[in-house]
Ligand binder design. Structure first.
Ligand code: SIN
Length: 271
């Protein structure tokens, strides 16, 4: 197994392994590489949906996500596609994950890791952007850290602060997704490192803080966290499996690829 750093402060690529046949020593090395680098890309995989789900199950328990379409072969493998539409809304094309976010923060138990498998990648563009939320937290002034360390934030599927359109959900789905409250600063259970926990599209308000003050604080923290110095941009190759840790990163999809080209990703998230 060969490793190559991808960004200056996050992301590593691994070559020379077949995920479907990884030994327990290889698996332990992959988990360490993920904890050390926050984003792990495993190159040159060839995984049908069930094999993809099974390989990802070694990192945690795969969970179904009804907000996205699933493959016919395996309902824990969701589809993210250039052909996605807001089916219950206006039926128009919709780019899932186009603004900075961490997955599932509107849920009481968000997924820990997300795995995306590049099935069809466009000839250019369609990169996924990441930010390192440990580094963003560490770069805050000590007085800002002291101010925010104990704060809690309400997250919602349909936040009044949302920065990009989210697909419309049925009444029963919305009922199953009541708001969730999460700390603004989270300590990662495996690494012990504190990081900012933000979601530009889902955060509603800081608990116990007046709306104008809360908006100003959240805007300031988001603007800080997405500064280019904390970013890594993943340029996809077909067959990449990219795994990221939602507890210490944010990410966003870029829909800047040539018109008419397809982009198809398979996605698994684990509890
Ligand atoms: C996501 O936000 O989960 C998808 C990211 C991407 O399609 O690049």
């Amino acid at each position: 197994m060969r490793q190559q750093k991808l960004g200056t402060h996050m992301a590593v690529a691994v070559e020379g392994i077949d995920l479907a046949r990884a030994t327990s020593a290889t698996q332990a090395a992959l988990v360490k590489a993920l904890h050390d680098n926050l984003v792990l890309c495993i190159r040159d995989q060839d995984l049908a949906p069930v094999a993809f789900r099974d390989a990802m199950a070694r990192f945690g328990t795969p969970v179904k996500r009804l907000q996205l379409a699933a493959t016919p072969e395996c309902d824990e493998v969701n589809i993210i596609s250039s052909e996605d539409r807001d089916v219950l809304g206006d039926g128009k094309r919709l780019v899932n994950g186009a603004s900075w976010h961490t997955d599932d923060s509107f849920m009481q138990q968000p997924c820990s890791l997300t795995m995306l498998y590049g099935v069809i990648v466009p000839s250019s563009g369609g990169d996924t952007h990441f930010v390192n939320m440990y580094a963003a937290y560490e770069a805050l002034a000590p007085e800002t850290r002291a101010r925010i360390d104990q704060l809690l934030v309400v997250h919602k599927y349909q936040s009044s602060r949302q920065t990009n359109r989210v697909s419309r959900r049925s009444e029963s789905e919305m009922k199953a997704m009541p708001e969730a409250i999460h700390p603004l600063v989270r300590r990662h259970p495996a690494t012990g490192r504190p990081g900012l926990y933000l979601n530009a599209n889902r955060m509603e308000q800081v608990v116990g803080m007046a709306r104008p003050e809360s908006d100003a604080l959240l805007d300031q923290l988001i603007a800080h966290a997405i500064e280019p110095r904390f970013q890594y941009r993943h340029v996809w190759r077909r067959g990449d499996v990219v795994i990221w840790d939602n507890r210490c990163t944010m990410h966003k999809a870029n829909a800047d690829y040539p018109e008419g080209e397809r982009r198809l990703m398979h996605r698994v998230v684990v509890a």
